[in-house]
Design a protein around this ligand. Structure first.
Ligand code: XIL
Length: 320
């Protein structure tokens, strides 16, 4: 019953990276997405700067393509994302709006975007990365929390629920895999939201891992405590990057480490009744965000740049 998901790269008119737009043009990549996954997450195409580029302009083209593709292939879609501090358009971040106007902008955006895909998106990552690693709300960075206060999180969930009562609504973040201050902050927030009857249904753990950082072995306990609150849990953006040697090829030790990381996360999810979805951030190294974001790092996904299966792929398959 576990959904196996992949992030879909490319498409859209606001590409912020220097790799080609594969989704619409790369048949081999589309075949891989169609055959290996039961769930898809648009990697960028539903973010504010893609889908809402001007105050009165929505651009749904790239997102529509992915939703239609998923429908054709009988796949779930995870919507990503509605409230975030990053990849917001300049008109929003630099605009001179009153609090009342901003509130209406967010309400209108959520109603429009969630409403457009009502019945087609199974899970929405409503709020993304709202706490820092110390467990404090990103009060400075996140325009919504800064200008409207922390209560806006609950409102975002309420608006999303109104627009699509069937969608499962998630919080989502990185570095919340283990039992740590940031995960504790989410745990407390979820309890508050549930006490206030806010429609929240899931906790997403991104799991952007790196072999050089190790992994937190308390992931199973952390998943379990969110499950005990009645939430669905999900691994939403798993990749395992590494510092690449000069020749660009991972060493046998790195390959073995990467296998172990993938196996650990998948096992943790498989063994938890609450964990219903397991998404990889990138189907192949070719379109992985890692080399563009972390200098000298790469080889983070289970497929090579030629879309060949790596040992990590076999490890995942055997673990399943
Ligand atoms: C990343 C994408 O993979 C990149 O293509 C983009 O340039 C930046 O964002 N956490 C998230 C994702 O929630 O949206 C981020 O995706 C990776 C970290």
């Amino acid at each position: 019953g576990l959904e196996i998901g992949g992030a879909v790269a490319g498409g859209g008119h606001h590409l912020d990276q220097d790799y080609p737009p594969p989704f619409s043009e790369d048949e081999a990549y589309r075949d891989l997405l169609a055959s290996e996954f039961t769930s898809l997450t648009p990697e960028n195409q539903m973010k504010w700067d893609y889908i809402h580029p001007e105050p009165d302009v929505y651009d749904f083209e790239a997102a529509d393509d992915i939703v239609a593709f998923a429908e054709e292939n009988g796949q779930d879609v995870r919507g990503h994302t509605l409230v975030w501090h990053s990849q917001n358009p300049a008109w929003l971040e630099e605009g001179d709006y009153t609090a009342a106007e901003l509130r209406e902008i967010l309400r209108e955006h959520i109603t429009t975007v969630v409403g457009r895909y009502a019945g087609q998106i199974d899970q929405w990552e409503v709020a993304n990365e709202i706490f820092d690693d110390s467990g404090n709300l990103r009060t400075e960075e996140n325009i919504w929390i800064r200008e409207l206060g922390p209560g806006i999180i609950a409102d975002a969930f309420r608006w999303a629920h109104e627009a699509d009562p069937e969608a499962e609504l998630f919080l989502n973040d990185y570095n919340v895999e283990g039992l740590n201050a940031k995960a504790d902050a989410y745990y407390a927030l979820v309890q508050d939201l549930l006490a206030d009857d806010v429609p929240i249904h899931g906790m997403g753990m991104q799991a952007h891992l790196g072999t050089m950082y190790g992994y937190d072995t308390s992931l199973p306990q952390n998943i379990e405590r969110f499950g005990d609150l009645g939430l669905t849990t999900a691994i939403t953006e798993l990749d395992v990057r590494m510092e690449l040697p000069a020749d660009g090829a991972p060493t046998p030790e790195q390959v073995a480490e990467q296998n172990e990381f993938y196996e650990f996360v998948l096992t943790s999810c498989l063994e938890a009744p609450s964990c219903e979805s397991f998404t990889l951030w990138g189907a192949s190294d070719l379109y992985s965000w890692v080399p563009h974001t972390f200098e000298g790092q790469g080889s983070a996904t289970p497929w090579t740049e030629d879309l060949e299966r790596k040992p990590a792929y076999c490890t995942l398959q055997q673990t399943l």
